[in-house]
Design a protein around this ligand. Structure first.
Ligand code: FEO
Length: 135
């Protein structure tokens, strides 16, 4: 069973963003599967790195919309994005230094962070972006 299961409650009501969130969920699930299968560290690091790249891309997509339409909560939302990126970069540095390998606690952290962020912070922009015609 996947670590995170997509369901309608996770929908922000904007198809382009839902698709990106599904992709993030799939990548976290793939990392969790690889960990559970006992895949080698370098495979885990590759998946983690791809997840980091896609996360930055997704955050950039949202932030471009905020900027384009003048979303009031932009700064607070960007702060949350930045905090996650900093944590991911910190983990990548530790992995590069050989001080850290991906374990279950990272999976719990990623799952909790993503679900909380989508359900609280992302949901808050739904009406605003829909009112601007974003799909
Ligand atoms: Fe969907 Fe604010 O990340």
């Amino acid at each position: 069973m996947p670590l995170i299961q997509w369901n309608k409650q996770l929908s922000v009501g904007i198809a382009s963003i839902d698709e990106q969130h599904k992709k993030l969920i799939n990548m976290i699930n793939a990392l969790n599967d690889a960990l559970a299968e006992g895949q080698a560290d370098d495979i885990l690091v590759k998946i983690f790195d791809a997840l980091a790249v896609y996360t930055v891309k997704h955050f950039g997509y949202e932030e471009a919309l905020f900027s384009q339409y003048g979303y009031e909560e932009t700064q607070a939302h960007k702060n949350e994005h930045e905090a996650l990126i900093n944590q991911i970069v910190n983990l990548q540095q530790k992995m590069n230094d050989g001080d850290f390998i991906i374990g279950i606690e990272v999976m719990v952290f990623l799952k909790e962070w993503l679900l909380n962020h989508i359900l609280k912070t992302d949901m808050a922009y739904t009406q605003f972006l829909l009112s601007k015609g974003v799909t």
